[in-house]
Design a protein around this ligand. Structure first.
Ligand code: GLC
Length: 435
């Protein structure tokens, strides 16, 4: 065990804790983010279970009356972030939280499997299960929201309507969608580039697209039906859907431990069957040898390899045979000796940029998913390399938000980018060091 590093990770989490929730990092992200909270809770579970539980409780407290859970919860009036609460206007939706201001979009549904991980990590299983009983129905309700509101063709696959819902905000995959749009030029003052080098962040024109999608949703008070009908961005994302499927599986396991709840388990199993079948039929690309995104608005596959392409390993979606093919593709394109695993976008593509936000750098949360996903299928050596690479990047540079995938850049400790003292990099390192 790397004790020094472990201690530093604990300090990062403790400093980002704000009484009832955590921020991803100071300045750049001063509020609570949905999937960050899930990863952070896994880190806390290893040394401070009450904080892990509170983190999730606070997030779920911001759930809307229709089951929706927002991607950012604006707990404070902090104007260091754009677009803030007055831009997003969650109050426009009739069922939004009366207690918290938030965005009107969501993020990958990780909370189901986070609860199961917290249970597995806990040394007091009875207490842990009692806690889970107090929150699990909210997570189930959230999944009901997804399947009833975001699956217009009834496929068992849900859509995202904004790139910020994907979690992989600036992926080059979205370039194909921006090419179908021509948004107005908005006037606004960005805050991200006052905290972080502009070369590591999206461009002004890219922001126009992001804002435009939100404006359309706001014009219709964030109505799911209208968004499904009108949003220029409507995508079935393999990472997002894999998180939902993994969380379904965890809810089944947890409800089984709790006992009763036969109707919910039955419902979850139906979603699983249908979801996994459609996932393999629609999102697996034989020629590429991995999973891809599907543009539901323009009815066309988006045929690119990214770290999201491999996330289904985490949710036991591919067969062993498909998994073996995927791992070959991953090692061939992403796994060269000169690269750290795993770049967020195909290093052999001309859209690859190893310094820029989701267009190439390595992210610890995707690595964490791969670490477990590869283990699921018995690829232990590669799984261990993902862990070793993650530790090495953090040791050399610090707890950054993302890292250059090119090993040669890691010589002077400046290959970590975006925010520093970043919560999920610390939390998931703690978890990997314990495994
Ligand atoms: C960035 C990431 C997103 C994350 C957020 C807060 O926007 O793209 O995935 O949740 O930062 O860390």
């Amino acid at each position: 065990m790397k004790e020094e590093l472990y201690k530093k990770a604990v300090t990062v989490l403790e400093n980002n804790w704000k009484d009832s929730f955590s921020i991803p990092c100071a300045n750049l992200y001063p509020f609570q983010w949905k999937w960050d909270s899930g990863f952070i809770a896994i880190g806390f579970a290893h040394f401070d279970m009450p904080k892990a539980q509170k983190e999730i409780e606070t997030l779920l407290d911001a759930q809307w009356e229709n089951g929706f859970i927002p991607h950012i919860i604006f707990h404070t009036d902090n104007d260091s972030y754009f677009p803030g609460p007055n831009f997003h206007r969650s109050d426009l939706h009739p069922l939004s939280s009366k207690k918290y201001k938030s965005t009107g979009m969501t993020q990958p549904p990780v909370i189901g499997f986070v609860l199961e991980d917290m249970y597995k990590i806990s040394k007091e299983k009875n207490e842990s299960l009692k806690y889970i009983e107090t929150v699990i129905d909210k997570v189930f309700f959230n999944h009901q929201y997804f399947y009833s509101k975001r699956d217009p063709q009834n496929e068992g696959l849900v859509y995202i309507y904004h790139n910020w819902e994907s979690g992989t905000d600036n992926s080059p995959i979205w370039d194909d969608i921006w090419a179908t749009m021509n948004p107005p030029e908005y006037t606004f003052e960005r805050r991200d580039t006052t905290h972080v080098d502009a070369s590591e962040r999206p461009s002004k024109r890219e922001y126009d697209h992001y804002l435009h999608i939100i404006e359309i949703a706001k014009e219709h008070n964030y109505s799911d039906e209208k968004i499904a009908e009108l949003s220029p961005f409507l995508v079935q994302d393999p990472l997002f859907n894999a998180m939902l499927i993994k969380s379904n599986e965890s809810l089944i396991n947890l409800y089984t431990l709790i006992g009763g709840n036969a109707d919910k388990i039955e419902q979850l199993e139906k979603w699983q069957q249908k979801g996994k079948a459609s996932f393999n039929a629609k999102l697996y690309d034989e020629e590429i040898g991995a999973y891809i995104h599907y543009d539901l608005r323009n009815e066309k596959p988006l045929r690119f390899l990214s770290s999201s392409s491999f996330a289904p390993l985490f949710a036991n979606i591919p067969s062993q045979e498909k998994a073996a093919k995927m791992v070959d593709v991953m090692m061939d394109k992403f796994g060269g000796e000169d690269q750290y695993l795993c770049a967020s976008f195909d290093p052999t593509s001309d859209r690859f940029n190893p310094k820029k936000y989701w267009r190439g750098p390595v992210w610890i949360n995707l690595n964490w998913l791969l670490f477990y996903g590869l283990k699921n299928y018995g690829f232990n050596d590669i799984s261990n390399r993902v862990k070793k690479d993650s530790i090495e990047m953090i040791e050399k540079n610090g707890f950054f938000e993302y890292f250059d995938s090119r090993k040669e850049i890691h010589t002077d400790g400046k290959a970590g980018y975006g925010g520093n003292h970043f919560s999920w990099s610390a939390a998931l390192l703690i978890d990997m060091l314990n495994n």
